[in-house]
Design a protein. Structure first.
Length: 306
């Protein structure tokens, strides 16, 4: 950038000297300039174009690697954003490890990655260690059951009672006489942290199975009669049923309106503010904020932060 800036300044100085010379030499000199090298105005235009081209080339010449680690719930978003970004910046490589929100933030604060992905808000101790919360999208948490289940709506209290072990049979909720198999995420998962916090049941859950990925929960619930689980809204498919909460379906419209209670941020945390990061990381966040980046977020079924 320093070379580009110096080159631009040298060009501008030359053009200004040429323009002054032409102005002082009268019509004859102007005529000569017109016929041999172009008018002073054209020279200025050419200099401006060369400056703009030099700056574009400097931006395009960025190369290196951006490393991310963290939330498995952010897999679809990070994969899609990385692919789109690398098409725009072919000399920059983006690597992503899906290790869980807590592990990703630990890696960030240890300095082993550039960005820590978290599907929950940062904890006070993580912020105290230097992590800065950059919310890039809003996601809903869907409560899912196997497709044979006849219970399609739960209250917050009923859902909390299921996960704390107070309710153990679907018949207690108006369903069939079938044991409830409580499925959740592993300790340290951002989805688990957000789910338990929103229902005020942190560290009170009685899980039958704890799985280490969003996809694992989806597959387990789909294949297990009587199972209930929670996953990122954007991964829900027709292999499971998404349960309404308090009569409100888990949809983008209901989340934006504030009517659906289970929603959480998708965070790409940095060590220090974005402005303090290297040029590669700054370029990554500039791309996320661009029209192309925002379109990727919307295409994933996520909500743009307000």
């Amino acid at each position: 950038m320093k070379k580009t800036f110096a080159k631009t300044m040298a060009i501008s100085a030359s053009v200004m000297m040429l323009a002054a010379s032409l102005a002082g030499c009268g019509s004859s000199a102007a005529s000569t300039a017109d016929s041999s090298t172009g008018t002073a105005a054209e020279q200025v235009s050419e200099a401006a174009q060369e400056s703009s081209t030099a700056e574009s080339e400097a931006e395009a010449s960025l190369s290196g690697t951006i490393s991310l680690a963290g939330s498995t719930s952010m897999t679809k978003l990070c994969d899609a954003m990385s692919e789109s970004f690398m098409e725009a910046y072919p000399d920059i490589t983006v690597t992503v490890e899906y290790t869980g929100s807590g592990a990703g933030l630990e890696a960030l604060n240890a300095g082993s990655v550039d960005i820590g992905d978290s599907s929950r808000s940062l904890k006070d101790e993580e912020k105290a260690a230097g992590a800065v919360e950059n919310v890039v999208a809003i996601d809903g948490i869907a409560v899912i059951t196997d497709k044979a289940n006849t219970v399609t709506d739960l209250t917050n209290d009923q859902l909390a009672a299921v996960y704390t072990g107070e309710i153990t049979n679907w018949s207690e909720l108006g369903g069939s006489d079938e044991a409830i198999v409580v499925v959740g995420r592993e300790n340290g998962s951002g989805t688990r942290d957000a789910f338990e916090e929103l229902l005020d049941i942190t560290d009170k859950c009685a899980y039958a199975q704890e799985l280490d990925s969003t996809g694992g929960v989806l597959a387990k619930v789909a294949a297990t009669p009587g199972a209930i689980g929670y996953v990122s809204l954007d991964v829900v498919d027709d292999s499971v049923l998404a349960v309404s909460l308090n009569g409100v379906a888990p949809t983008e419209e209901n989340i934006v309106a504030g009517d659906y209670v289970l929603s959480r941020p998708f965070v790409m945390a940095t060590k220090g503010t974005i402005e303090e990061q290297n040029d590669l990381v700054k370029t990554w966040f500039a791309y996320i904020a661009s029209e192309e980046g925002q379109n990727v977020i919307k295409a994933m079924g996520l909500i743009l932060p307000q």
